[in-house]
Ligand binder design. Structure first.
Ligand code: MN
Length: 496
């Protein structure tokens, strides 16, 4: 269901529509590079992970890394895309200082993965389907270091030859928001299946953003490509700036030149880098050192079997089988670690209480999202570093269900659990936080409160229903928040 709001750029001649397509380069998780045995790890000393193949020494031959191929196929399957059982590597020829081969081994006419689609979450129940044009495997280039010496550029070849998946979307996005949400969803899927770590700060995922503008219903306008944008926020900012720039040029009577541009995050601007070369300038031709890739059915079956439950399927299960709201389900499935924690918690609660999953799911989800995530965010910790385990969380929630503590007190108990690592039961015991459910004790307090507030009692009995909350508050105050709210409500209604 596409229920997206229409986003436009306002011009003096009226509204303009933005058309966006993305080419996302995602680094494959693998120990070795695409065509050599050198390590693909990030952060090593410059030029520590460079084999003779990566340095393009004469006579060296590339050897395909099967794991990278498998990861590309798994990714294609996770994107619901067609897997091409036959594909081929081509050489893309160009000169660059950090590309010693003088060409990049890539795929052109025959990519490993064909068309697919991604359903993108836009919040408030809005979704959008973005088409995938293709996914191909290629090697990364090295890195030029311009900031190491006042008048020289150094070259680090650690990244040279690392496997990339280039995931090309169709020009289906119509707003910065849709593009940002698409990158986020892609990242979620790749992290779920473990084919890319999605670490945009380390450059494991970077987007080339194609932007054009047109009047609604017109054919596509001339596009500009903004290279290597490395955060979701920058993707959105770059689109917004670039669309405005193009509209202003066209409305001034100018023409858009097809070109490659760079986004400057400090200024929030895009600027020209080079005019776009035509594809034939790369002189693509089949790499004579590599055989085409060919898959049999067993390979495909194994790849499919290795996929975990994907975020869309998980979300449906969380809403339909567990009865969670769409919003809560979306939040929980956005990161696999979060969903895993939630499911582990659910299993612990079921084990401890003997209740059904569906009965306890809502409480568990609310606790994870508001209490646990709230604390993790505040302390900047990842869920894998949570000081409170799923079993610890389950113990706390069971104390509420059993009426030992109120939901209100549970928040204080959790605070202490989070800081000290102590168990919920130990904290409740130590601080004497057990809920007061003894009707006799509460009844006596209510009698005192009624006697002490004759004015309010008269007003309540005269029809001022809202005063009920006042009485609840008085009882809670008298018990330090420990009175069982159900018991208080019941007794107050009776006595008033
Ligand atoms: Mn590429």
């Amino acid at each position: 269901m596409n229920t997206d709001k229409t986003y436009t750029v306002k011009g003096v001649t009226g509204d303009w529509e933005i058309v966006v397509g993305l080419e996302v380069h995602a680094q494959v998780i693998s120990n070795a590079k695409l065509f050599s045995g050198a390590s693909a790890a990030f952060g090593a000393e410059p030029n520590a992970n460079v084999s003779l193949v990566d340095a393009a020494m004469p006579g060296m031959l590339p050897v395909i890394n099967g794991e990278c191929v498998r990861q590309a196929v798994r990714t294609g399957l996770a994107l619901g895309a067609q897997i091409n059982k036959w594909s081929r590597f081509d050489r893309k020829n160009y000169f660059y200082a950090d590309l010693p081969q003088g060409y990049q081994i890539s795929q052109f006419q025959f990519p490993i993965v064909g068309e697919g689609e991604v359903v993108v979450d836009l919040g408030e129940g809005r979704t959008k389907t973005v088409g995938i044009e293709r996914l191909h495997l290629e090697q990364d280039a090295g890195k030029s270091l311009h900031d190491q010496h006042p008048d020289a550029t150094y070259v680090d070849l650690n990244r040279s030859g690392v496997a990339l998946m280039e995931i090309v979307s169709k020009p289906d996005m119509r707003s910065p928001e849709e593009a940002g949400a698409y990158v986020r969803k892609l990242r979620t899927i790749l992290r779920y299946i473990g084919s890319c770590d999605g670490n945009m700060e380390e450059g494991s995922m970077r987007a080339d953003v194609n932007v054009s503008v047109r009047k609604s219903g017109d054919p596509l306008g001339t596009r500009c490509e903004i290279k290597n944008v490395n955060s979701m926020r920058f993707v959105m900012q770059a689109i917004e700036y670039e669309a405005r720039r193009q509209v202003d040029i066209i409305e001034d009577g100018g023409m858009i030149k097809q070109e490659t541009r760079l986004f400057d995050p400090n200024k929030g601007e895009t600027r020209s880098m080079r005019s776009k070369e035509e594809a034939h300038d790369y002189r693509y031709f089949p790499d004579p050192d590599l055989l085409p890739l060919e898959f049999d059915d067993a390979f495909m079956t194994d790849a499919k079997a290795s996929l975990p439950e994907l975020p869309d399927a998980k979300k449906i299960r969380f809403t339909e089988s567990l009865g969670l709201s769409g919003y809560n389900a979306s939040v929980l499935v956005a990161e696999k670690e979060n969903a895993d924690y939630f499911e582990a918690l659910l299993a612990e609660i079921v084990k401890a209480t003997g209740k059904g999953e569906r009965e306890v799911a809502k409480q568990a989800a609310n606790w994870v999202i508001s209490d646990l995530f709230g604390h993790l965010n505040k302390s900047g910790a990842a869920i894998s570093d949570s000081p409170v385990s799923p079993a610890g969380g389950a113990e706390l929630l069971k104390l509420i269900t059993d009426g030992v503590i109120s939901g209100r007190i549970a928040k204080d108990v959790f605070e202490i659990m989070y800081e000290t690592g102590k168990s919920a039961a130990a904290i409740v015991e130590e601080k004497g936080l057990q809920q007061v459910s003894d009707t006799g004790e509460i009844e006596a307090l209510i009698d005192q409160i009624i006697a002490g507030n004759p004015g309010q009692v008269a007003a309540y009995r005269g029809g001022k229903d809202k005063l009920f909350g006042f009485f609840v508050g008085q009882v809670m105050k008298a018990t330090g928040g420990k009175a069982n709210p159900q018991v208080v409500n019941k007794l107050l209604r009776k006595k008033l």
